[in-house]
Design a protein around this ligand. Structure first.
Ligand code: F6R
Ligand code: MG
Ligand code: MG
Length: 383
C-alpha cells in the first residue's frame, strides 16, 4: 500500500489496554511504555514522528510516516506498543488489561484484531494543519453528525459558501457495517440520500470525506468490536482525522461542529444514549455513569512528516457553555434510568444480558388476544 515514499501518512491507531479504577483513565506508565516502543520505531525509520495520548481508557498512537496506509511495519509497531503497554497494565493490575487486543498474534495488520484505525495519506501542503478528534464511551458513527456539519452544512461551515475551493462540495464514503458495503455520496447534490443513511447511526458510518478533486479531507476509524468478537467487549471508541484550512474547513469550522452536544450511543456499559461532551486533556477521563461520552481534539501541523504541536483544542472558555449544556442533558437523560431512549433499543442491546433475560422469560409468555393481527417484519424482532 506504500505510495513510494513521496506522500505523508498520518496514522492514528487506538486501543483500550486497561485503565485505572475502572474504565476511567489510561495510566501514565502505559503511555510511557507505548511511547518507548514508538521511539524505537522512529529510530529505526519505521515512522517519522509520533505523539502518544489518551482519552478515558483509550491509548492513542498518533504517528506520521511515508509508507502509506495499512503498512505492515507501522501496524506491527503499533501492535508492539499496545502489547508493551498491556504488560505494564498487567503488572500494575490495571482494570481490563489487554481488553481490546482480541488476538494473541499479529498478522500483518491491526484491523480486525481490536484496535481502531484512522489513516490518511496525502501530499503535504506547504503548511499542513490537521485536527485529530478522539472520543471515548461511544462509537464511530458519533462522528456522522459533526462530519455532516463540517463538510456539508453551510450553517456550520461558511467556507462551503465563501471559499471557491470548497464551493463544489465534498464526497462522503458511507459504510454499511452490517453488510460490509460502501457507497460514495456527493454533496450538495445527494445531501438527502446521505442524511437518510447516516441518521441510522447503528448501521451506517462515514468512513472518508474527499474533496471533489480527489483530495482526502477526513477519515474515521470504523471498527466495531462487538461485530468482530461476536460479543460485547466495549464500545468502539472512535478517532477521526480532519485536514484543515485553504480548501478544507477552517479549524474553527471543524470545532464549530462540536458546539452542539448531540446524543450518541455508548456511555455506561455501551448501552445508553448520552451527550457528546467536548473536553480538553485535563478532563479526558470518564466519571459520571462512566462518562458522559467525551471527545478530545488535538491540533497539529505536519511538516516533512514532523508532528508540530499539539494544541488542546477544546481546552477553552468558548466551550464551557457546551460542557454545561452537555452536563444538563446528561442529567435529563439519566433520569430515564433503564428506559429507552436513554437505554439503547433492543437491536443494539444484542450483545448484553437482554437476550438472556428474554430467553429466561420465553416460557412464561402466554398468548394474549390483541384484537388484531400484528404485522411485524422479521428484522424488527430481537432474536
Ligand atoms: C463502556 C465501558 C464501561 C463498562 C462498565 C462495566 O464502554 O467501558 O461503561 O461497560 O464500567 O464494566 P465491567 O463489565 O468491566 O465491570
Ligand atoms: Mg475499558
Ligand atoms: Mg474506551
Amino acid at each position: 500500500m506504500s505510495s513510494g515514499g513521496t506522500k505523508t501518512t498520518l496514522s492514528v491507531i487506538k486501543a483500550d489496554i486497561g485503565s485505572i479504577a475502572g474504565h476511567h483513565k489510561a495510566h501514565p506508565d502505559t503511555l510511557l511504555a507505548a511511547s518507548r516502543v514508538l521511539a524505537e520505531g522512529k529510530k529505526k525509520g519505521i515512522i517519522a514522528d509520533f505523539y502518544v495520548t489518551a482519552i478515558g481508557d483509550d491509548i492513542q498512537l498518533i504517528m506520521t510516516h511515508f509508507r502509506g496506509v495499512n503498512d505492515p511495519q507501522v501496524h506491527e509497531l503499533a501492535w508492539s506498543a499496545f502489547k508493551e503497554a498491556t504488560s505494564v497494565a498487567k503488572d500494575l493490575g490495571l482494570y481490563a488489561a489487554g481488553q481490546d487486543l482480541l488476538s494473541d498474534t499479529f498478522s500483518g495488520n491491526v484491523r480486525g484484531l481490536g484496535p481502531g484505525v484512522a489513516e490518511l495519506e496525502f501530499n503535504e501542503r506547504p503548511s499542513e494543519p490537521v485536527a485529530i478528534f478522539m472520543a471515548d464511551k461511544t462509537e464511530p458513527s458519533a462522528f456522522n453528525l459533526p462530519l455532516y456539519k463540517i463538510f456539508a452544512d453551510p450553517f456550520n461551515t461558511a467556507g462551503l459558501v465563501i471559499d471557491p475551493k470548497m464551493h463544489s462540495g465534498f464526497v462522503f464514503t458511507v459504510l454499511d457495517l452490517y453488510e460490509g458495503k460502501a457507497v460514495d455520496l456527493s454533496t450538495p447534490e445527494e445531501l438527502y440520500d446521505l442524511l437518510a443513511l447516516i441518521g441510522t447511526t447503528s448501521r451506517y458510518v462515514i468512513k472518508y470525506v474527499h474533496r471533489k478533486d480527489g483530495e482526502p479531507a477526513a477519515v474515521v476509524s470504523s471498527e466495531r468490536l462487538n461485530l468482530i468478537a461476536g460479543k460485547y467487549i466495549g464500545k468502539d471508541d472512535p478517532v477521526m482525522i480532519v485536514r484543515l484550512q485553504s480548501g478544507f474547513p477552517a479549524l474553527g469550522e471543524a470545532l464549530e461542529a462540536f458546539s452542539f452536544p448531540h446524543l450518541v450511543a455508548g456511555w455506561m456499559r455501551g448501552s445508553h444514549f448520552g451527550p457528546l461532551m467536548p473536553v480538553g486533556l485535563k478532563d479526558a477521563k470518564m466519571t459520571r455513569f462512566d462518562g458522559p461520552p467525551r471527545v478530545l481534539g488535538l491540533g497539529f501541523n505536519i511538516k516533512a512528516g514532523r508532528l508540530v504541536g499539539p494544541t488542546d483544542l477544546f481546552d477553552d472558555v468558548a466551550f464551557d457553555e457546551v460542557r454545561r449544556q452537555a452536563a444538563e442533558i446528561a442529567d435529563y437523560m439519566r433520569r430515564h434510568g433503564p428506559f429507552m431512549p436513554h437505554r439503547l433499543g433492543p437491536e443494539e442491546m444484542e450483545y448484553t444480558t437482554l437476550p438472556d433475560v428474554l430467553k429466561r422469560l420465553e416460557g412464561r409468555f402466554r398468548p394474549f388476544d390483541l384484537g388484531y393481527r400484528p404485522i411485524v417484519k422479521h428484522e424488527d424482532l430481537l432474536e
